[in-house]
Ligand binder design. Sequence first.
Ligand SMILES: [Fe+2]
Ligand SMILES: [Fe+2]
Length: 204
Amino acid sequence: MAAKGCRPSRQDISAPVAVETDDKPAVLVRLELDHHRMSWVMDALEDEIRKLSDGGEYDLSRIEDALGYLAAYADTVHHPLEDRMFDNVLDKGLTPAERALVLGNLKQHVDIIEATRIARRDVANVLNDIVVPLERLVADLTDYVALQRTHMRTERQQLFPLAERFLTQPEWQAIAEQFEQSPDPMFDLKTKAFERLYESIVER
Ligand SMILES: [Fe+2]
Ligand SMILES: [Fe+2]
C-alpha cells in the first residue's frame, strides 16, 4: 500500500491506485504512486539509452512501448488530473511566487506532451528505416528523461504540498470522481500492448 513516506517496491507494482490514508487525500496517493511507476519506466528508458550510446544491443521496441505508455497514461490521464487539481489551486490566495510555480508547471505539461510526441515520431522513423542520427536520438531521449524526472521532483516537493494545503475535501472528492474511470493501462489493466515492458520492469 502506498502510504505517506512509504515508497512501494516493485513487488507492490499493482498496489491499489487510490488508497485514502489518514493524512493524505486519495488523489495525492494516486499521483505519487503514478510517479513511482513512471520513474520505473524512466529507468527502462535509461537502460536502452545507455545501450544505444554504448553501442550495445538495444531494444527500440522497448523504447517505443515506454513512450507509448507515457502517451497513453501520463500525458492523457496523469497530467490532466494534475491540471484539474492545479486549476483549483489557482483559485486560492497564492503568493505571486506560488502562482508562478503553478503556472510554470501547467506550461511544462504542454511541453512534456509535445516532447513525447516528438520522441515517438523519431523512434517510429528509426523503426521504419528513416535516417535519424543516433547521437540526436540519444540526446533527445536523455533530455526527455531529465525533463520528466525534474518535473516529477518539483511536483512532489513543491506542488503537491501546495495542493494539500489549499484544497478542500469536496474539491478532492470531485477530482477523484472525475478520474476514477481512467485506470493505468499497464500497471492496473495489464494491457497486452504493454505486457513486455511490464515484465521487464517487474523483473528488473
Ligand atoms: Fe505533471
Ligand atoms: Fe506528475
